[in-house]
Design a protein around this ligand. Structure first.
Ligand SMILES: NC(=O)c1ccc[n+]([C@@H]2O[C@H](COP(=O)([O-])OP(=O)(O)OC[C@H]3O[C@@H](n4cnc5c(N)ncnc54)[C@H](O)[C@@H]3O)[C@@H](O)[C@H]2O)c1
Length: 272
């Protein structure tokens, strides 16, 4: 058997591919947009409001010379996903990569988000599950169908270290940061949904993996920063750029025999 050297050379190339990324108005979506575009993909940037993605789309095109468009899409609304699908069909010959990144996070404001389990409000529970889990379900259903029809594609569902292990509740008191129960549950659900779809679609040519980031530094201050870092084997938070390699890897031919995997990028947090 000969080794396909040409394939090795282009292992991480995404030239000719189209990627859809949700939640690109936030901290990590911007990284995924630049990383996938740098590898050659055309990128479709989506968020609740299109204006959040307009500037980024222009920046990505001028920096990497790839097509980039901004589309408003509320991931909890099936109509929005259907409208996005129509735009994709009009503008692109295929959709090859879907990054379900939109998330209800500390940055999203809802009453009761920081409450402990005993008083956690139903409304916050529903809102978080709606964005973090139902949004991913709908994205996989609508965009995944386009992929299974073409018998090719890579879906990357963004989970969290707190979908793998429970938060250590001792580090949050008095820090302004919180990790609500619904967040952990929704992210564990994302990992389960990913595995379910990987086995459903194993023979269709569509791969479904999850990407699990650890805590990403975003101007965090003490005491949270020191407490968090002390619990991390690498002794620090993740720099957001450190997630770029993982998303390109999962999207590319380099991961062609990987499906149902949860790729953990957490500095070792979940190891001990
Ligand atoms: N930042 C971290 O430390 C970290 C760690 C682990 C996992 N994650 C996950 O990574 C993803 C991105 O995180 P981030 O730090 O960039 O968060 P962020 O809050 O900065 O960005 C999230 C984006 O999702 C968008 N969004 C929220 N609700 C939406 C909806 N209904 N429809 C469409 N878009 C919606 C927001 O407008 C925002 O632009 C999330 O899924 C988050 O749970 C983040």
């Amino acid at each position: 058997m000969t080794i396909d050297r040409k394939r090795f050379k282009n292992l991480f190339s995404l030239t000719g591919k189209t990627a859809v990324i949700t939640g690109t108005g936030g901290l990590l979506g911007e990284v995924y947009a630049h990383a996938l575009a740098a590898a050659g993909a055309a990128v479709v940037l989506t968020d609740l409001k299109r204006e959040r993605c307009d500037g980024l789309a222009a920046c990505v095109t001028s920096e990497w010379g790839v097509q980039s468009i901004a589309v408003g899409c509320d991931v909890t609304q099936r109509n929005d996903w259907e409208r996005l699908r129509e735009i994709l069909c009009d503008r692109f010959t295929s959709v090859d990569i879907l990054v379900n990144n939109a998330g209800f996070t500390n940055a999203s404001r809802i009453e009761g988000y920081s409450d402990g389990f005993d008083t956690f409000p139903d409304m916050a529970w529903k809102s978080i599950l709606d964005v973090n889990l139902t949004g991913v379900f709908m994205g996989c259903q609508v965009i995944g169908k386009m992929m299974t029809e073409k018998r090719t594609g890579s879906i990357i569902n963004v989970a969290s270290q707190y979908g793998v292990v429970s938060p250590n509740h001792t580090i949050y008191d008095g820090t302004g940061v919180s990790q609500p129960v619904a967040y952990s549950v929704s992210k564990a659900g994302v990992i389960a949904l990913t595995r379910y779809l990987a086995t459903c679609w194993g023979e269709t040519g569509v791969r479904v993996n999850s990407l699990t980031p650890g805590g990403v530094f975003d101007k965090h201050t003490d005491p949270f920063l020191t407490r968090f870092s002390a619990l991390n084997p690498m002794g620090r938070m993740c720099d957001r750029d450190e997630l770029a390699g993982a998303v390109v890897f999962l999207a590319s031919d380099a991961a062609s025999y990987m499906t149902g995997h949860n790729l953990v990028v957490d500095g070792g947090w979940t190891v001990w």
